[in-house]
Design a binder for this molecule. Sequence first.
Ligand code: ZN
Length: 65
Amino acid sequence: MDANKKWLSIPKEFRTKLKNNVFCAHCANVATIESFTIEDHSAGIVLTGKCQKCGNGVARVVEIE
Ligand SMILES: [Zn+2]
């Protein structure tokens, strides 16, 4: 299964929660990720994009069994 399919296999509500719960080091707070790409990761997938607030690069690993 490719990374994008893994992401889409997650229920939509949970995906929204994940997108809205990404730590931004620049804001030093929880942020929303935007313009992200999805890639494979050893633990599942990783979202790599930008903080919606400040544009700083952020990433979020999503563990998938
Ligand atoms: Zn930020």
